[in-house]
Structures are given as structure tokens and as C-alpha cells.
Design a protein around this ligand. Structure first.
Ligand SMILES: [Zn+2]
Length: 371
């Protein structure tokens, strides 16, 4: 089982500068300004470095990212928006629409390489160069809108890659499963009226963006029923996520019959993330990845691409990422029983709780195909 890995040092050079964590400024005047921006290079670099020291990186197939072209971006973004980001990046930089998103000097070229990296992973899987792939790209993409940067995201890496799979590679049906703790609103917007791309987002109920990702948002027109939101209660852990995958995600995928599955792999539903209130452990993430591997094997010849999104715990992201890549590759490293693997898995209420099950029941009832 060959697993591809997309990485480029330049992903680390998207400079988000100083901020009040996720917020570019705290205008109240009560907080010491200019701490580090939450979306910085640390968690991703440390994820890649744990793969390295564990020996797993040497057993993966390196996939070289390429820059996305403007024409490829325009399958999702407006020409005006792409030019706006290019110009800001070439000048003094700028901000997105939400007081959180930074376009730094040179960020445009890095963002092109992120979108192109996910497309390179898709191509490698479709060409059979590898069976599965993990694209550890930055900046993230699932909040980006056709004409606006949002939630640390400049270009919709996965939306652009799904369009690429459909339009350049001729696939008829692509499924996107988003386990980032925040709602994948940009990906949802990209395919809201499109029945050829099934979008499923599991996220913390009404976390970010505000008032986004309800159960009732289920697509429109011909896309009705092809967008599924699973807004889990805060505190959901390994048991809740596994139940949601077994009862919602897998049946929806079976009903849809994808030719390729892309996972929006945010690691901010971990038990130690500063921007989420969920409890997934590294082994919990590994279990979700295995469920996706098995579903892809049964439904689409194993064709599975994971593209990195959020994840802000510099301590836990590396272990969650390692568990995921172990599940993808089928290779178990000797990194075992560390405190950071064991501690989150041992927390109380990791099992499915009744109020979490009630939400899952509600989603199942509203998705006719899987009820
Ligand atoms: Zn996120």
C-alpha cells in the first residue's frame, strides 16, 4: 500500500505575523497586543518532523507540489479575487473579511502551491502512482469563499482539487468529508447546487464561522441532499465521531458512490486544541482515517486523498497526524504509549454520550438516503 506525501518548505513561509491568537487585533485596549497568530507554521512543521523521526516519512512516496494556475483557481474563485490576493501579496499585504485572515508578502505564491499540492495528490492517486495520499499543505482552504479570504484560508484548496478531478480528470462523482472542527463553509458553497460533489462536514456546533453549518443546510436545486452537516455538541470525543462516521458518513458515501474521496483533514478537533472544544485523541483520529480507508477500498478502488486544514495544538497535532498517516499507510511505527497519545484517550466521556447520539439521530432522519 503506497502512501504519497505532499510537503514543501515554502508552505512554512506563509507569514501570518503577530495577532491576538486567532484575532488580528483586540480593539478593547485591555489585552497586551501582538501575540503570535494562531495559524503559524509550528503545528504543521512538527507534524512533518514527527513523521521524520518516527521513520514513517522514509516509507512514504514524496509527491512534488506544483503551483495552481489562475485558470484552475477560477473554477471556484472569481478572477477579481485572485488578482486582489496577488496584488496584496506583492505589496504590503492585507486582511481577509473576518478580522482573522492574513495575506502576507509572498502569500499568493505559497497559496498557489497549496492548491496545486492537493491537485498533485489527486493526480498521483488517480494515476495509480500511489494508493492514498496526505497533502500537508498551508495555508488551509475550507473557509475560503469564491470572492473572499476567510478563516485563515486564501484559496479553497480542496474545492479547486475537486473541480480538477471533475473537469480535468473526468470523474463523475467526488465526495468530500471534512473533519476539521470548524464548518467547511467554503467547500459547502462551492458545491451547494452541484449533485456531482457530495460534501459532508462534521464540526463543533456553531463555532466558526458563526451561524454556519446547521443540519438544515443540505444543498439547493439539483444539489439538494448532497450537502450534509453534522454539528456535534462541544465535548464530542472518539466515540461520538466514530458513531457519526459509522451512522452518517459511511452510509452517505455508500449511497452516493464516489469515484474519489477527499478528506479535509483539520486536526483542531483534538482534545488540546485552543480553537475548538472537542476531545478527539490521536487514536480517535487514527480510527476515523481507517474508516475512510476501508470505505474508499469498498467504494472507489481505495482512491483517497487527505488534505490538511486547521490544527493549532503544537503538542497534539503531530501525534494525531502520525496516527492518521499510520492508518493510511498500514505502517505502525514504534511511537507508542507516549503521554500525549495516552492522556487524551483516557479522558472522561470519550464514549458516545446520549445528547451526542440525539444529534446523530436527527441528522440521520434529515438525510433521507441514509435513514
Ligand atoms: Zn478549523
Amino acid at each position: 500500500m503506497a502512501t504519497g506525501f505532499v510537503w514543501h518548505e515554502r508552505y512554512m513561509w506563509h507569514n501570518t505575523g503577530r495577532a491576538s491568537g486567532p484575532f488580528l487585533s483586540d480593539a478593547s485596549g485591555w489585552l497586551e497586543p501582538d501575540w503570535r497568530h494562531a495559524e503559524n507554521s509550528d503545528t504543521k512543521r512538527r507534524f512533518r518532523n514527527l513523521l521524520d523521526v518516527s521513520g514513517l516519512l522514509d516509507q512514504l512516496v514524496s509527491i512534488e507540489p506544483r503551483p495552481a494556475t489562475v485558470e484552475e483557481l477560477r473554477r471556484f474563485h472569481t478572477a477579481e479575487y485572485v488578482e486582489q490576493i496577488r496584488a496584496l501579496s506583492a505589496g504590503a499585504g492585507g486582511e481577509g473579511i473576518d478580522g482573522s485572515t492574513v495575506i502576507g508578502k509572498g502569500s499568493y505564491e505559497v497559496a498557489l502551491l497549496a492548491a496545486g499540492g492537493v491537485m498533485a495528490a489527486v493526480d498521483a492517486v488517480l494515476d495509480g502512482t500511489v494508493d492514498t495520499a496526505y497533502a500537508l499543505v498551508r495555508p488551509p482552504g475550507h473557509h475560503a469563499l469564491p470572492d473572499a479570504a476567510m478563516g485563515f484560508c486564501l484559496f479553497g484548496n480542496i474545492a479547486v482539487a475537486a473541480h480538477h478531478a471533475r473537469q480535468a480528470r473526468g470523474l463523475s462523482r467526488v465526495a468530500i468529508v471534512d473533519w476539521d472542527v470548524h464548518h467547511g463553509n467554503g467547500t459547502q458553497a462551492a458545491f451547494y447546487a452541484d449533485p456531482s460533489v457530495l460534501t459532508i462536514s462534521l464540526h463543533q456546533d456553531n463555532c466558526f464561522p458563526p451561524n454556519s453549518g446547521t443540519v438544515e443546510e443540505n444543498g439547493e436545486g439539483p444539489g439538494q441532499g448532497y450537502n450534509v452537516n453534522v454539528p456535534l455538541p462541544p465535548g464530542s470525543g472518539d466515540g461520538a465521531y466514530a458513531a457519526a462516521f459509522e451512522r452518517i458518513v459511511v452510509p452517505a458515501l455508500e449511497q452516493f458512490g464516489p469515484e474519489l474521496i477527499i478528506v479535509a483533514s483539520g486536526l483542531d478537533a483534538s482534545a488540546m486544541d485552543p480553537l475548538g472544544r472537542m476531545m478527539l485523541s490521536p487514536s480517535g483520529f487514527g480510527r476515523l482515517a481507517k474508516i475512510m480507508v476501508d470505505a474508499a477500498d469498498r467504494l472507489c478502488g481505495g482512491r483517497l486523498v487527505l488534505a490538511h486544514e486547521g490544527g493549532y495544538s503544537a503538542e497534539l497535532v503531530p501525534f494525531c497526524g502520525l496516527a492518521i498517516v499510520e492508518a493510511l499507510s498500514g505502517i505502525e511505527t514504534e511511537v507508542r504509549d507516549t503521554v500525549l497519545q495516552a492522556f487524551p484517550a483516557g479522558m472522561g466521556q470519550q464514549e458516545l454520550q446520549p445528547h451526542q447520539e440525539a444529534l446523530i439521530d436527527r441528522v440521520v432522519q434529515l438525510v433521507p438516503a441514509i435513514a
